[in-house]
Every structure is written in structure tokens, then in C-alpha cells.
Design a protein around this ligand. Structure first.
Ligand code: TYM
Length: 325
């Protein structure tokens, strides 16, 4: 069997930010060439945090549109909405019976989110549904940012446990994280990751932000005391984050950027960072504004049909293996 199937997902909550783009989406685009890729807007996962029905529906379309505008090619890859393919949820139930409570309660994202209030069973079981997303398609690799590593370890554990009990059904999928930008940090606190749930919108750049707003946010990014542009994540986390962002958006090496910007004042350096981000996102911005919601709905519908065919065949084998008739 060729080892070339890939799955990844993104939640339709808030806007897609530069962390999502650099840590995940731009790699999803390039990996389509090499892999049979399956991408998913995970609306069932989004239900674990309270939001209005109209808001969720709208965010689902907007997220799918952004993925298409970034360059996911629906003729080559699948791109669908998780809840349109009910096999994800059924497999999640089956895998839930193999998941240990102890392991789930150690999940960093669960701890962080439940500390902020709003504990619910869905939030606790979140990583099991994520494992089902991946395993239902029996994929080999999962490209994600750093913050998903722990969820993917659980996915591998569940695959192995299932295979030991019921026979070799699932490939054990590998995590792929980018060399640069696996953890893009907040512009306001370079020790915390850039996140959709940060209440301060200046902490992140949304990929739909205008050029002016991007420049303003980068100008107001927290930098470090002292002078000089150097890459040093301990002493200069703010500058290092901006260098990572610039390297990822321009395709240039960090060393080369440091050599060019070493003597710049922080203000001029930030202008160069803003130029790289604005230029890098320009093709996305024009594709996004030209795309209609109807086109996005058509792609989602036809992709979901194809995903259901493959997920149903996969689930039939799983049901058989565990003894469901
Ligand atoms: P989500 O929606 O939070 O994020 C989508 C992708 O963006 C990456 N990412 C980042 N990368 C670098 N720096 C950051 N600051 C940053 N913030 C987010 C995430 O690592 C992710 O790759 N649980 C997942 C969605 C999911 C999924 C899956 C992913 C559901 N099922 C199956 C992979 C496979 C999530 O909430 O991602």
C-alpha cells in the first residue's frame, strides 16, 4: 500500500490567523502535490465552545472559503465539513471506549479550556473525535502546528490499541510540523502562542485583515529591550517571532534576514516584516474577495459525497472488526 494519504482539520471559530496559515495551511497547499489530501472544517469540534447557530454556519462557510482562497485545490484534494460525514462521530464513539480517562484529563488544551470555564463532555472527548477524523480515512500523515502534537500522540495510541485488540485496521499516522513557524507567537506576548481565543485582536493578524491593519498590528507588536535584530528565542522572543514570520512569508532563511536587518531600528525592521506579510497574503486576499459563497457550498457538497463513500467503506470494516452487526 502506498503511504501517501493525508488528513488535517481546522475549527470554524473566529478568523483564520497567521499562526494557522504559517503553522498549517500553507503546508496543506504544498503537500497536495505529493499526497492524496483530505481537509476538513471541523464544525462538531467548534460546538465544544458556545456560539450562536447563525455565527457557526457563517464561520463554516468563511473558513472553507479561506481554505480554497489559500490554494486548496478541490479537483485534487477533498475539502468538506466534518458534520456532513456522519461516520466521524460514529467512529469517535467506538474509539471513546478505548480511550483512558487519565490520558484525556492530561490534555493541555482540555486543561486550558476547562480552566476558562464551560467544561462539557464534548470538550473532554474532543481529542477522541480528532482521532476519529484522522483514523476514519486511514491516513499516514497529519500536518499540524505544534499545539496539536499531544492530540496526535493520543491518536497513535488509540490506533495501536485498536489494532492490538481487533486486528491491523489503522495505519499509525505520523505528525508533520513545519521547520519554521510550527508555533507562531502572540504579537502582544511572545511567550504565548497566537490564538483565536485571545481577547486582544492586536495579538494576532487575521489573514483577512487589510494591508493597513496588518501594518498597524505589526508596528504595535511587543519587541524586546535593547537594540539589534538577532534571532534568540530566550532573550529576544518578540524579535525572533517576527523573524520567524518574515522567513515563513518570504521564503527566505533566518540567517539571510538577520544579516540584512541586523542594524535596523525596530521601527524599520517592523516595516520590513509588514511588507513580507502583506505581500505574502496578497494572492489570498484577491482570491478570497472574488469567491462566492455558492461556489464554496458546491465544493463542500461534492467533496462530502466523495468523503462519505470512502468513510462508509472504512467504517464497514471497523464495525465488522469490533463485532457490530
Ligand atoms: P485549530 O483550528 O486550532 O488550528 C488549525 C491549525 O493551525 C495550527 N495553529 C498554529 N500553528 C502555528 N502557530 C500557532 N500559533 C497556531 N495556532 C494554530 C494548529 O496546530 C492546526 O494545525 N484540533 C484542531 C482541529 C482538528 C484537527 C483534526 C487537526 C480537528 N480534527 C484532525 C488535525 C487532524 C484545532 O483545533 O486546530
Amino acid at each position: 500500500m502506498t503511504e501517501n494519504r493525508l488528513f488535517s482539520g481546522i475549527q470554524p471559530t473566529g478568523e483564520i490567523h497567521l499562526g494557522n496559515y504559517i503553522g498549517a495551511l500553507r503546508n496543506w497547499v504544498s503537500m497536495q502535490e505529493e499526497y492524496e489530501a483530505i481537509y476538513c472544517v471541523v464544525d462538531l469540534h467548534a460546538l465544544t465552545a458556545p456560539q450562536g447557530p447563525a455565527e457557526l454556519r457563517e464561520a463554516t462557510i468563511r473558513t472553507a472559503k479561506a481554505l480554497l482562497a489559500v490554494g486548496i485545490d478541490p479537483d485534487r484534494s477533498l475539502l468538506y465539513v466534518q458534520s456532513h460525514v456522519p461516520q466521524h462521530a460514529e467512529l469517535a464513539w467506538i474509539l471513546g471506549t478505548l480511550a483512558s480517562m487519565g490520558h484525556l484529563s492530561r490534555m493541555i488544551q482540555y486543561k486550558e479550556k476547562s480552566e476558562k470555564g464551560g467544561q462539557n463532555l464534548g470538550l473532554f472527548a474532543y481529542p477522541v473525535l480528532q482521532a476519529a477524523d484522522i483514523l476514519i480515512h486511514r491516513v499516514h500523515v497529519v500536518p499540524v502546528g505544534d499545539d496539536q502534537s499531544q492530540h496526535l500522540e493520543l491518536t497513535r495510541e488509540l490506533a495501536e490499541r485498536f489494532n492490538t485488540r481487533f486486528g491491523e485496521i489503522f495505519p499509525v499516522p505520523a505528525t508533520i510540523t513545519p521547520k519554521i513557524g510550527a508555533r507562531v507567537m502572540s504579537l502582544k506576548d511572545p511567550t504565548a502562542k497566537m490564538s483565536k481565543s485571545d481577547p486582544d485582536p492586536k495579538s494576532r493578524i487575521d489573514i483577512t485583515d487589510s494591508a493597513d491593519l496588518i501594518r498597524k498590528k505589526i508596528r504595535s507588536a511587543v519587541t524586546d529591550s535593547g537594540i539589534g535584530v538577532r534571532y534568540d528565542t530566550e532573550d529576544k522572543p518578540g524579535i525572533s517571532n517576527l523573524l520567524d514570520i518574515t522567513a515563513a512569508m518570504s521564503g527566505r532563511a533566518i540567517d539571510e534576514l538577520v544579516a540584512e536587518y541586523a542594524d535596523l531600528q525596530y521601527g524599520s525592521f517592523k516595516d520590513a516584516v509588514a511588507d513580507a506579510v502583506i505581500d505574502g497574503l496578497e494572492p489570498f486576499r484577491s482570491a478570497y474577495s472574488a469567491m462566492t459563497d455558492d461556489y464554496v457550498r458546491d465544493v463542500m457538497a461534492s467533496s462530502a459525497e466523495r468523503a462519505i463513500d470512502s468513510a462508509a467503506a472504512s467504517l464497514a470494516g471497523i464495525r465488522e472488526a469490533v463485532g457490530l452487526s
